[in-house]
Design a protein around this ligand. Sequence first.
Ligand code: ACO
Length: 332
Amino acid sequence: MKTNLYPVTIAGIGKYTPETVITNNDLEKILDTSDEWITTRSGIKERRIVSGNETGASLAVKAGREALEYAGIDPEEIDLIICATSIPDNLYPSTACEIQRDLACSNAAAFDITAACSGLIYGLNVARSFIASGIYKKVLLASVDVHSRFLNWEDRGTCVLFGDGAGAMVLTRSEDEHDDILFIDIKADGAKSEELKIPLSGKNCPLVEPNTFKLPHVEMNGKEIYKFAINTVPESIKKAVDSAGINLNDVDCFVLHQANIRIIESISSKLGINREKFFVNLHKYGNTSSASIVIALSEAIKEGYIKSPSTLVLSGFGAGLTWGTAVIKWRG
Ligand code: ACO
């Protein structure tokens, strides 16, 4: 069922990753691990992590500036900034408000959404809804996560997998009849929320009860997340492609959440689609959570791996548990 009043254009894209590179060999110096284990189990060779004064907002601002320049849109034209992040710099204000300040998007409303590694797909759906309904014309969608500050660097089962990074897209009301968003499927299964989380415990008022404050860090049931991803994502992709009125073979490129090469290979084989159609850059950045799809998409476009026009499938999965797939046209 077509509910859009107005078609949507993906007008710009950008990414930014920190300059500090941590290789698998670097991790061997602080953990009982090896380049061989990390490479064969995940495909990751190195990751970028923040240092000094870098924050999630500062990474997202750089990605956002690149996306605005790509779109040829001035910051004050933006009506709304949505930031998909599960690791905000502050509980409040939102990261989106800090992006609004630093990009000087003086006319934009701003808020964050939390959907972990599915954040980009959830954010696309929210951004699209605001434009398609006629409420706003120009939306900046940023996605950023800085996992390195919320990892237990003594837990080899989690800390080797993640990296920091940001991406951004500019979505606008189309000036022609073409809608770049063909279909978006988003879902959640809160019953499995314990399988992957960063628990946050505040400190109760001492008049109520004593409380032991614990520094939050990633806690993950890796095997369950693996099974969840390889079972759920292929179904979500098939449903979204079908609902978009196309066939899997019509898709020019699949850009999946960059968590683990074995997950991507399993999904490609379950779908019966050649692995060459799946863009992969997780060996360079690790799992950058909500940012990974847009970092990969931006890189694939810059490298000429994705040409215009193309039909693309973007698919994410992660904590919540959440997952989602977007079928889009790239005409940038
Ligand atoms: N280096 C060396 N050995 C390790 C390491 C490491 N970094 N980590 C674990 N091991 C050991 C374990 O201790 C275990 O040893 P044991 O057999 O002596 O007990 C052995 O390796 C096997 O460990 P498993 O956990 O069984 O390894 P598995 O094959 O399941 O791979 C992995 C682990 C890579 C985490 C896998 O389960 C996975 O990819 N899961 C999905 C995780 C994921 O993608 N998470 C993020 C998605 S959601 C989001 O993005 C927020």
